[in-house]
Design a protein around this ligand. Structure first.
Ligand code: ATP
Ligand code: MG
Length: 448
């Protein structure tokens, strides 16, 4: 076992020990290092009370916003390290905040309040690994198990349910049976959590590499967080293109799409309105008219109630609304699409469509993927060539049109017409050529 403690952390431990206290590495940094993942945030735990820590670190910069809970943020070599006094927690009356925090001199008592065995270990050079709950063995099996009675632990703090799902999705853990049963027994307590906390955990969980498995295994938890998903569980699509029920298809799409919050949330909501929009035809085949538009509304409502940032809500709403857009793989369509959506958004949209296609029945998925890949190649070509796709790239502007004695109220429409001609390859983007083109149009008296 190799635990690397950087010099700046060792310095803090040394100062506490020099003053007669104990100090240990605890939490995520220890867990990660034991599984060979380099750690970022080093959390320390100590038997020194906050005011005792203040004395030990009187020459260091300290942030004390967490002092009520026993945490001081102490700077070492310019970076902060969180040091928390050993504590126990008494009753939780709101499934989230302990009613009181009691400091203790006992490391064992401090480890007992922690959520999962893999997070309830401590290490110091002096003592080596302290692991009263078998965390190391669970870590080896990538298994999450509550410290103590799972029922009690989740009724104390329902956020632990979301932490469990996050560790599964992001770190590839699975949940031990008794802990898992308790998770399902306590989904109702999730409603007590602050919506912002739910959003933050959910966002990280959705971006995890094993999210597809977690969405399927813990569907009741996700439906408790986002009740709009409920109708999609087990909902058969009655279509030759869809071999999975809606929720399963959603889970596969989320797992497939690139891991950015916007794309993952868009995948989560892209087909959420299918059950409500289901219209079977005479042959019994399913159609879902309007599901993209309706899904966008649902996504925006659900994300607003989770207090998601405005920019994310808008982006996800747009992606869900547009996810069924069909593109022809040619240069004209590529220019049009860039003009309409902007390249960055368009590539996100196509990424969503790619993932959506992969989560379909095999044959149609292959065809759709080939079409999307060809379309993306067209977009790249348009961008590499620097093709004109917007009025600001156009070689003429409103002033140029004044020379044609065009009435000012027609200038906007004429410029659009010139842009159309350039996008569709009917005119080159050169000033004289475009003016001549528009003049011809004006002369032939076409309706502008
Ligand atoms: P990450 O890698 O996400 O930071 P972490 O386990 O370090 O994971 P933190 O939120 O930094 O998570 O918490 C540090 C430690 O505090 C945890 O390892 C765990 O021992 C304990 N802890 C955090 N949140 C809870 C909770 N809700 N209930 C019980 N113990 C908790
Ligand atoms: Mg941490």
């Amino acid at each position: 076992m190799k635990i690397d403690l950087p010099a700046r952390v060792l310095a803090l431990i040394g100062e506490l020990e020099g003053a007669g206290y104990h100090a240990y590495l605890v939490g995520g940094a220890l867990r990660d290092q034991l599984s060979g993942i380099p750690a970022q945030d080093f959390d320390l735990a100590t038997d020194a009370a906050p005011d005792e820590m203040r004395r030990v670190f009187e020459n260091r910069r300290i942030l004390d916003h967490g002092e009520k809970h026993g945490t001081l943020c102490v700077f070492s070599e310019g970076a902060p390290v969180e040091i928390t006094t050993f504590r126990t927690e008494s009753a939780y009356s709101d499934a989230r905040h302990p009613d009181a925090v009691t400091f203790t001199r006992s490391l064992e008592a401090d480890l007992a309040r922690r959520d999962f065995t893999v997070n309830a270990m401590a290490y110091s050079k002096r003592t080596g690994l302290i692991d009263p709950y078998g965390g190391k063995a669970d870590l080896k099996r990538k298994r999450l198990r509550c410290v103590g009675d799972p029922d009690r632990r989740f009724s104390e703090d329902a956020l632990r349910i979301l932490r469990a799902l996050r560790f599964c999705a992001v770190r590839g853990f699975s949940v031990e049976e008794r802990t898992k049963r308790a998770i399902f027994d306590h989904v109702d307590a999730l409603e007590h959590l602050a919506r912002e906390r739910v959003f933050s955990e959910l966002e990280q969980t959705l971006c995890g590499k094993e999210i597809c498995r977690v969405l399927i295994e813990f569907a009741p938890v996700f439906c408790a967080l986002i009740p709009e998903l409920f109708a999609s569980v087990g909902f058969e699509q009655h279509s030759p293109y869809h071999c999975y029920p809606v929720y399963t298809h959603i889970a596969r799409t989320v797992g497939e799409v690139r891991a950015t919050p916007e794309l993952r949330f868009a995948a989560l909501f892209h087909d959420v309105a299918k059950p409500a929009c289901f219209r079977p035809d005479a042959t019994g085949r399913g159609h879902f008219p309007g599901h993209a538009e309706r899904g966008a509304q649902i996504a925006k409502q659900a994300l607003s109630s989770l207090r998601a940032p405005r920019a994310l809500i808008d982006r996800v709403g747009d992606l869900v609304r547009d996810h069924d857009e069909k593109f022809k793989p040619d240069l004209i369509s590529a220019r049009r699409a860039i003009a309409r959506y902007g390249k960055e958004y368009l590539l996100d949209l196509l990424e969503l469509e790619r993932a959506d296609a992969l989560a379909h029945e095999q044959k149609s998925a292959l065809e759709k993927r080939a079409r999307l890949a060809a379309f993306i190649a067209c977009i790249e070509e348009v961008c590499e060539n620097g093709d004109c796709v917007s009025l600001k790239d156009l070689a003429i502007n409103g002033e140029d049109l004044l020379s044609l004695s065009v009435p000012s109220e027609q200038i906007g429409r004429l410029l659009e017409r010139a842009l159309d001609a350039v996008i569709e390859g009917r005119a080159n983007n050169r000033k004289e050529e475009l003016l001549a083109y528009l003049e011809r149009d004006l002369k032939t008296g076409e309706d502008l």
